[in-house]
Ligand binder design. Structure first.
Ligand code: 5AD
Ligand code: SF4
Length: 477
């Protein structure tokens, strides 16, 4: 059956050019102000949530850089404050409201200051209503689907006394050729697709990020080639469910094919990706990971719960056994692969027996690391309506037990590295000690060692002499 070419969802060249004009207009305004005040305009950007949001913030910073703003670390000093928000769990939202309240006095001190809110939280109409009513100091609200329109929206906010709001409920267009300010000189994030079609019953992402939309393979390859030319060494391909990459393109593009093309890009030494849904992890992808030399031996494969009954309630479309069999297949084909996973503790109706299944998968899976979360009720998702919510103290107690099991396993796995020599891509100085350098193994383990700035961006061999739960330490050979 021949597939139908998808309808055009790219932002047009004309629209991109129009946004670049707004960048130019703001740049002129900023330049004039800078001449008068002898002070460059500054922005403060706070990012909450996942890598996708971090990468969106790099796009915002890229546009702001071209407008003549410089970044600052202090809200008091800034002319523009942006909050790039997350709504995957309630505590991320509460943090944002906390900051918003505290920002009221800043605006009173500096009425010209612009306060902007964007990201996933803003895709929820009730949140926008609440902010409009309670936090009148906010000047600009926009969502995730229209990030490329930021220059135009900011221009309106600067020139208006009212709150500018632009939340598109359309499918979300794909914009190429907007500026990106990447802070890291060694590693880069590259989005391969936007949105998610899976509707796991606890998750708000499909509602706020829309349906799956893949970037064209040639645009991704061009971006990675440019990164290679700029001297970056490692890329992490981003998507809510990268294994679905290409399915909406209407041709034969698959994620494994994309990896094959990227493996050929000069200068790039390592390729990573996240996140993979177990139901879509194809043999083709497992073999690509096995055969492509730059694709690292690490797989983030969230299982969320070990109980087949809960998995059904979560709409995950696999059973405990399916997942364990899949892990076996991955381990057999890619020896030495490191595995990580996400787990939700206390999904509605989770019994002690269900939780024992989760512990069992953790024991059998022997993950290098897990990211566990207390179930958080998200309005608008099916699971939030369940009357069978698990009490907070039960969730916390299970969470604690889960961490204890995983810490033991992480420690045991890390001990296998003792006295071994491993390849590390050097990322930079450690945050706490400028004599200590830090990098990662192909398996994504953090390694600290005594290095020097010459080593940044290079592959070095390190002999491991100390093992911790979350990292390894050693000497460069
Ligand atoms: N409550 C708790 N954790 C959640 N996640 C997604 N939605 C929720 C929720 N409502 C977790 C999942 C996902 C990760 C990014 O966040 O484990 O894999
Ligand atoms: Fe959320 Fe499930 Fe989509 Fe992941 S796959 S973003 S958990 S709906």
């Amino acid at each position: 059956m021949s597939k139908v070419e998808r309808k055009n969802i790219q932002v047009s060249q004309e629209e991109i050019a129009r946004q670049h004009q707004f960048i130019e207009e703001i740049k002129q305004l900023n330049y004039q102000k800078e001449m008068q005040t002898e002070r460059k305009k500054r922005f403060y950007l706070a990012t909450f949530g996942c890598q996708m949001n971090e990468h969106d913030s790099e796009k915002l910073a890229g546009m702001l850089g071209e407008m003549g703003y410089s970044e600052c670390e202090d809200m008091d000093e800034s002319d523009l404050i942006i909050f790039n928000t997350c709504c995957v769990r309630e505590n991320a939202e509460l943090k944002v409201y906390g900051h918003l309240g505290a920002m009221k006095h800043l605006k009173e001190k500096n009425p010209d200051m612009i306060i902007a809110m964007c990201g996933c939280m803003m895709q929820q109409p009730e949140v926008v209503e609440h902010i409009k009513k309670v936090y009148r100091q906010v000047d600009l609200i926009f969502g995730t689907h229209n990030l490329y329109k930021f220059p135009e929206l900011l221009f309106s906010a600067i020139n208006s006394n009212k709150t500018v709001i632009d939340i598109m409920d359309s499918i979300g267009l794909i914009a190429e050729e907007m500026p990106i300010e990447r802070k890291d000189e060694v590693k880069a994030w590259v989005t391969v697709m936007y949105g998610c079609n899976n509707f796991c019953s606890y998750c708000i992402v499909p509602y706020v990020r829309g349906r799956e939309r893949s970037r064209y393979i040639e645009n991704i390859v061009d971006e990675v080639r440019m990164l290679g030319r700029q001297g970056l060494k490692e890329i992490t391909l981003l998507g809510q469910n990268v294994n679905s990459y290409g399915k909406d393109l209407g041709n034969d593009t698959t994620f494994a094919k994309l990896l094959g093309e990227l493996n050929e890009v000069e200068g790039i030494e390592r390729i990573r990706f996240m996140t993979s849904h177990p139901k879509d992890l194809s043999d083709e992808l497992i073999f690509a990971m096995r055969d492509l030399n730059k694709v690292c031996e690490h797989l983030h494969l969230p299982f969320q719960s070990g109980s087949t009954r809960i998995l059904k309630e979560m709409n995950r479309k696999y059973s405990k056994e399916d997942y364990l069999n899949l892990l076996e297949k991955v381990k057999i084909n890619i020896p030495g692969i490191s595995l990580t996973s996400d787990i939700i503790v206390g999904f509605p109706g989770e019994t002690e027996e269900d939780f024992q299944d989760t512990l069992d998968v953790v024991e059998k899976g022997r993950f290098d690391q897990i990211y566990s979360f207390l179930y958080s009720k998200r309005t608008g998702t099916p699971a939030a309506k369940s009357v069978d919510q698990v009490p907070e103290e039960v969730k916390k107690e299970r969470f604690q037990r889960l961490m204890e099991v995983q810490n033991r396993i992480s420690n045991e796995i890390n001990h296998e590295y003792l006295d071994k020599e491993i390849e590390v891509l050097v990322e930079g100085e450690s945050k706490t000690n400028d004599k200590i350098y830090t990098g990662r193994t192909r398996e994504n383990k953090i390694v600290n060692f005594d290095g020097n700035s010459e080593m940044i961006g290079k592959l070095v061999r390190v002999k491991i002499d100390t093992v911790k739960t979350w990292s390894l330490e050693g000497k460069v050979l």
